[in-house]
Structure formats: C-alpha cells, structure tokens
Design a protein around this ligand. Sequence first.
Ligand code: ATP
Ligand code: MG
Ligand code: MG
Ligand code: MG
Length: 470
Amino acid sequence: EKKGLNEIRKMFRDFYVSKGHYPGKSASLIPKNDKSLLIINSGMAPLKPYFSGQETPPSRRMTTCQKCIRTGDIDNVGLTSRHGTFFEMLGNFSFGDYFKKESLTWGWEFITEVLKMPEDRIWATIYKDDEQAHDIWRSLGLPEERIVRLGKEDNFWEIGLGPCGPDSEIFYDRGPEYGCGKPDCRPGCDCDRYIEFWNHVFTQFSKEEDGSYSDLAHPNIDTGMGLERIACLMQDVDSIFDVDTIRYILDGVVELCGIPYESGNEKADVSIRIITDHLRSMVFMIADTITPSNEGRGYVLRRLIRRAARHGRMLGIQSGFLAGLADRVITVSGEAYPELTEKQDYIKNIISAEERQFMATLEQGESIIGEYIEDLKRQNKKILDGEKAFRLYDTFGFPLELTKEILAENGMSADTEGFSACMQKQRDTARAGRKNTEELGWEESDTDIDVPETVFCGYETLSGSGTVLA
Ligand code: ATP
Ligand code: MG
Ligand code: MG
Ligand code: MG
C-alpha cells in the first residue's frame, strides 16, 4: 500500500532514532545569527553552530525534518516535476561522530529495506576523486556502471561560508519513458528520468571568510533528502504536485478555477502548480513571523503572495481566494507543524490583506501594460522601454518582475538596463543628503534597505540577473 507523505516523515525519523540519532525539531525559516543566509534552505543550515563547534548539540547524532525555502528555484516551480520554493528536507547528521561508511550504509538500508525501493533503479554520483565513497557503494552492491563520477560543480557541497565537502547524491531511475532520449542522459541530466532525491555530504572542510578551506577537526555528516521527492517516488506519481498532501492543495486550486488539471491546458497547469507551491511557502513563512514588506524576507513573501494572486487571476479565479486555500495547507501539515494550526487565523489575515492590496495595484497596472503591449505590437517592436517599465513600477507599484512575466507571455521583454538607470536616478535623488548605502542584492538584503517610504521599491535591485529571486 502507498505511504502518505506524513507517514514517510515518521518512518525516516524512526529509522534514524533506531540508529541512535536524537530527533530534533525543524528550526524556524528565519536563520538565527547567520548573516550569510536570508531564509533557511537546507537541513544543515540551522545546525551550523553544531558543525562548527560553537554550540554543543543535544547528541552527536541527530535527525531532523527541516522546512526549507529556496527562492532560487522559483523559476523551476510549475515547470519541473521536482522543485518547489517550499519543501521539507529529511536529514541525518553526525557531528564528529560517524562518517561516510555509516551514512551511506544506513541510507542504503533505509531506501532498500524500509522503503523497499527496487535496488536496480538506484544510481549514485560521487565526487570524482572520492575513492572511499566509491568503494562503499560497491561494497553495498551498487554496480560500477551506476556510480557516476562528477566534478566540483556537481559533487562538492558548499553554501556560503562554513562547513563543506565532497558529496554523493542518490538518484532513482524512473525509466526511459520519463527520459529526454538523449544518448548521454544519466544522473545529472535535467530531464525527469533520473530523479535526485538524497544528498550525502561528507563535511570535512570549512570555508573561511577569506575564501580558503580549513580542515574541520572532526569530519561531519550532513544529508538531505527531499520529503516531497521521496514521497513522489514512493507513491509512483508524476510529480511532487501529485503527492497526497500537495495534491490536496492543488485540488483546491482546481476546484476554484474550474479548469480540470492536466486536461491539455499546459499553461493553466503551470499556474495551478505555481499557486499550490506558493501557498505552502506563504503559510509556513507567515507562521514563522515573516510579514510582507519591501525588503529581505518580507519582500520574498510579498512576491510569492502576489505571484500566486496573479496566477489565480490568469486562471479566472475570483480574487481573495488565497486565504481559503491556506486552510488546505494547514489541514495537511498542521499535525507535523502545530504552529500552523495555532496561527491559522493570523496567517489567513496576513494573506488576505496582502492579496487585497495587490489586486488594486494589479488592475491598474495590467490595463496600462496591456496598452503598452498593444502599442508595441502596432509598432512591430518587442522591447518595452525602461522608462515605461519604471513608470509602471514607480507610479503604479507594479513590480518589474510581473512586467517581465507579462511581456514574456506576449513574446516580449523589457529594457531592464533602462529600468535600472531610471531606478538609479530616482534613488540618487531620494538619497541625496542621506547616508550612502550599497545597493543590496537578494542574499544580503535582510537588513534595512534605505528606500523612500511611499515608493514601492525593492522589487528589482540592480543585479541584472534576470530573476529577482534567483
Ligand atoms: P536539484 O538538482 O534537483 O535542484 P539540489 O541538488 O539543488 O536538487 P540539494 O541541495 O542537494 O538539492 O538538496 C538535497 C535534497 O533536497 C535534494 O536531493 C532534493 O531531494 C531536495 N530538494 C532540493 N531542492 C528542492 C526543491 N526546490 N524542491 C523540492 N525538493 C528539493
Ligand atoms: Mg537545486
Ligand atoms: Mg542537484
Ligand atoms: Mg543535490
């Protein structure tokens, strides 16, 4: 019989508890004393003080299921079968206790004996020079041809400063029917055949402020397995959006829009998945005390709510729908995360207020951008002036990100350099006489951005990197 996502979470914890691990609670999405990170994006992130030795862990072996947000994956959401901005990461951790052999051996035991995955579907990637990892995999019975050696980009884990090291990733082969058909299709290929579901990081180094690597006194283990991904594989469904708990949220979106899911309207399907994902992110973020604002985490939240609202509008859903769907997120996740249930009314109120505020903005902005698009079509042009994009943003509070998205839907783009120039000009004016603040990028922008109060600033800083959240 098929295991539900909530059940798989428990199976993982029970298994690692049986291997002597202390079951820790998920930390808040807001990092504690960690300037390098805007939002918690992995199981190990909140455990850094244990890895670095700054704090003493409750046990040298720990297991957690950590709520995570990866804003960098926002452009994948709805398009790939395996990415959400929100997901839960299962992990086992060793703080100077066990190392590679135990980690891979227990991992193998969990997937083949507890989850009973067919062994012949499993592949592993390793860092090219990691003979230890290679030999352990061979001894566990993985044949040579399903061990793939990759370079530093693929199999060396580091995020910002702190602990890092080579890793080994475990993939599941869903079969050629999911594949891209290319002759070199194998783990690491971006198609849906080989699904990466578990990363075992062998943390032996620490990256210092000056960019150098130093040896950790004791090597550590940090693993991360996407709960939604493993549930997707165990439930044998096409995507994480078909996993029982997530599908329940998606079904709520489908009910409201009245367009049957996967009925041939691919554009609608993408919007349905985006709303489903963003609902999860917004509910969990608000429960962790993040509120919509124009900077840092609050801005991430604002953008997620507004993006979901806009996709709802594209689907023809009556506005003011998000808070009602938030109930579904809480229904399926409230048992594992009691903070959701405790703050249910509060969460819904925040979402409603933000959606309401945005709809007013959106109606104005959409009609203006619609006129711009008609103008461009008449003139046979495909690029919207930076000045016009800026006018939308500055006068109507219409985010550049949405301008770009709407233009892209019409095969057009915006002159982002021109936009940036206008933004810079405005900031120079606004800041004349004020202290000179560096333009803040996404990762650092969790502290006070110096912006004029009434202007809807912050949607796009001057990174020029395409996506705001990337
Ligand atoms: P991918 O290559 O698929 O983007 P990743 O290599 O970025 O994944 P890791 O940083 O290794 O992922 O994180 C460990 C595990 O967390 C992954 O193996 C996967 O199961 C899960 N995971 C990572 N990103 C996401 C996401 N956006 N949505 C759902 N699960 C994720
Ligand atoms: Mg990724
Ligand atoms: Mg990967
Ligand atoms: Mg990975």
